[in-house]
Design a protein around this ligand. Structure first.
Ligand SMILES: Cc1ncc(COP(=O)(O)O)c(C=O)c1O
Length: 360
């Protein structure tokens, strides 16, 4: 028998499947929840002024320029901030910091599909507690005894939001760490940053990929009490965020005016798109994110997804329990959303396969 070079859990793992990134540019790409608008023009100005010397030298290991800027925006101290190479790096650091074979992770499902992948790689048990149909916080989640509990808020892919007051009571009940994944919170009505004043077991994940339009830069950060931040630092690569990323992310977070205007535009278009989809007979829950989750009342999601693909419109279809007749659609520019709605009208007017009023 040929032995694998890999640890058994790695050999048996599938790895994460990122959303499809088409090579063509003449497509309408509404499948990976990017911001449809570019980052602040001030970010592009800083990019144009990057000096060769900034590239020759190693970057600041802590990214203090960004930590100071983020601390100011959140009314906190730089010691409350840890810079990461995307929010995904923070998730990977958290699994390594808190979980092993005897220390499980817990999270409600369905949610971000990276969590089970990281659990597999870390060889820890993943306790998956199902959400109810309204995506309320499952009462059983507090009693799992997990070393790390993750709540994605707003949740992906449901786009639903749990009130920060409810998460505060939840944090109080937990023995382990609560990581609140706020990758999409820029588009919600509130957030959980205030929880870190009262709880030494709460970590907030933030991403610059969504509200700030910087998915290509790879920058995210943790917010927590300094004791947790200091512990997490031990696990990061020495230079986990590069010199260009630190400079650009700092400039982006400083430009709160551009950020808020951009986010407001997306939220307005999201609410218009929600109404347009409902008028086309889709069930769409209220979204607190930059995407919507839609289920057609009598047509198969897979068929709609494939028909859109034929028209070079990319959205996300999940062939997963609880989601298998659902389509996740990123909010695009008004023009992109209009083209999507037009294509949907055309597809729905053609004869297709009924889902038999399927409930998922
Ligand atoms: C729920 C959730 N959390 C975290 C991330 C990580 O974002 P990034 O690594 O781009 O900052 C994503 C990315 O899509 C996400 O959907």
């Amino acid at each position: 028998m040929i032995m694998s070079y890999f640890r058994e859990n790695i050999e048996n793992a599938n790895g994460y499947q990122p959303g499809f990134q088409p090579k063509q540019t003449d497509v309408i790409k509404l499948n990976t929840n990017e911001n449809p608008y570019p980052p602040s023009p001030k970010v592009i100005e800083v990019l144009a002024k990057i000096k060769p010397e900034q590239l020759r030298r190693y970057p600041d290991p802590l990214g203090d320029l960004f930590r100071r800027a983020a601390a100011e925006v959140h009314g906190l101290s730089p010691d409350n901030i840890l810079c990461c190479n995307g929010g995904d790096e923070l998730l990977s650091i958290a699994f390594r910091a808190f979980c092993d074979q005897n220390r499980p992770v817990a999270y409600p499902v369905p949610t971000y599909s990276l969590y089970p992948v990281l659990a597999r790689l870390q060889n820890c048990i993943a306790v998956e507690v199902p959400f109810d149909a309204e995506f309320n916080l499952p009462p059983k989640l507090a009693a799992t005894g997990a070393a790390l509990t993750i709540v994605c808020n707003p949740n992906a892919p449901s786009a639903t939001f749990i009130d920060p007051g409810e998460l505060a009571s939840f944090a109080d009940e937990l023995e382990g760490v609560l990581l609140i994944d706020e990758a999409y919170v820029d588009f919600a009505k509130d957030n959980c940053v205030k929880l870190i004043n009262d709880f030494d077991n709460v970590i907030i994940l933030r991403s610059m990929s969504k509200g700030y339009g910087l998915a290509g830069l790879r920058f995210g950060y943790a917010i927590a009490q300094p004791s947790l931040i200091a512990g997490l630092m031990k696990l990061k690569d020495s230079y986990n965020v590069d010199a260009v990323a630190i400079a650009l992310a700092a400039e982006a977070i400083k430009d709160q005016k551009y950020f808020s205007e951009n986010v407001e535009k997306v939220k307005k278009d999201r609410d218009i798109l929600t109404e347009q989809l409902r008028a086309l007979n889709f069930k769409v829950a209220k979204s607190s994110a930059n995407f919507v989750l839609a289920e057609h009342k009598n047509r198969l999601a897979k068929e709609i997804y494939e028909e859109l693909l034929r028209r070079n419109i990319f959205i996300r279809y999940f062939d997963l329990p609880g989601l298998n007749n659902m389509l996740r659609i990123t909010v695009g520019t008004s023009r992109q959303n209009d083209k999507l709605v037009l294509a949907l009208k055309e597809i729905l007017s053609e004869k297709g396969t009924s889902n038999g009023g399927q409930k998922s």
